[in-house]
Design a protein around this ligand. Sequence first.
Ligand code: HXC
Length: 396
Amino acid sequence: MSANIAEMERRRAAAALGGGQKRIDAQHAKGKLTARERLDVLLDEGSFEELDTYVEHNCTDFGMENQKVPGDGVVTGSGTINGRLVYVFSQDFTVFGGSLSERHAEKIMKVMDNAMKVGAPVIGLNDSGGARIQEGVASLGGYAEVFQRNVLASGVVPQISLIMGPCAGGAVYSPAMTDFIFMVKDSSYMFVTGPDVVKTVTNEVVTQEELGGAITHTTKSSVADNAFENDIEALLAARDFFDYLPENNRSGVPVRPTSDPYDRAEPSLDTLIPPNANQPYDMHELIRKTVDEGDFFEVQPAHAANIICGFGRIEGRTIGIVANQPLVLAGVLDINSSKKAARFVRFCDAFVNSDRHLRRRPGFLPGSGARNIMASSSMARSCSSLMPRQRCPRSR
Ligand code: HXC
């Protein structure tokens, strides 16, 4: 019996150490946290319940049978964020570059299955070179199973991805199917394939940053929603963001007690919109003065800034906000802004009880003349969906 316990302790210590102290030091030297350190920041203290700590890969090719690390490069389980349940996986770059083996995939699949069973969001912390090369097609099959669950969970439970290292192949395709993607500047990348392969195949010379860095994906491609300075900032933002989201598509939006009265007068709004339609104003100001306590979480702020999308609260309840921004391109709608808004509205449609919330729009009108209509209608719509019209004085 004591031998068994000693063996378990040995494996537990090995799981905690991942790919070893040298690789942990290398991770820290790049300004990155380890998989477990990230979960410590993301989740409420002491709330993490780990699953499958001792799972190892089953590959016997290329000498892999002699290279096993308990946990196999991903830490999985559940925990809470400000008391609300969430399922998580956190890939460990120190173990085979966080690459996905068949067993690694099974651990992620279990977390996603459990999340869908109980109706809780999934947050993935991605730091992975993609399919584990040594396993070949078994690893690709693992990705197929993960992708299938991304599809099944879509519109059922919120899925959030944090890209926290150089992610390639499947480690990018799966997050791309999730609802929101956060990246870390200068240490996270999303590639279909890296610069070396691009050079070989097309002769194009491109840097990692240009090909798939946080700035590229949050400004040009719009694959990612928000970019943060470092791991901690990204994880803390994910905690804040999580507070706005419902647990699933049947739970309704979360309600947070607020000391900001619904009938708070905001006299500055009377003069915010200039009488001259050619004169711009900052829609952010209108939003912040309208929502509870000025709290607004904007998504994709650096892409198609002529439209603003994000979450706030009115009377403690989450609302999705879509608003033209007269300060950028006079607030006109173009393809990028339309796609940005459509994607956001689609999420709200599924999760934020949007039948009355987001569909009662007057229509997108191209051109600067539409901005005031859009601005006021989207704010009024947000309020009117959740409370009787006369109880929304802030957005009059
Ligand atoms: C096995 C991998 C790995 C992988 C990285 N490693 N990716 N091992 N399978 N996919 C290992 C490296 O060999 C190395 O081990 C360690 O992780 C750290 O990697 P480095 O290359 O030293 O790190 P870095 O310079 O930061 O570069 C990270 C990287 C690069 C950009 C991710 O490693 C890379 O290009 N990896 C391969 C990416 C790739 O082609 N993935 C397959 C995608 S195909 P040692 O022991 O040397 O420290 C795919 C298909 C999905 O995913 C389709 C589904 C249907």
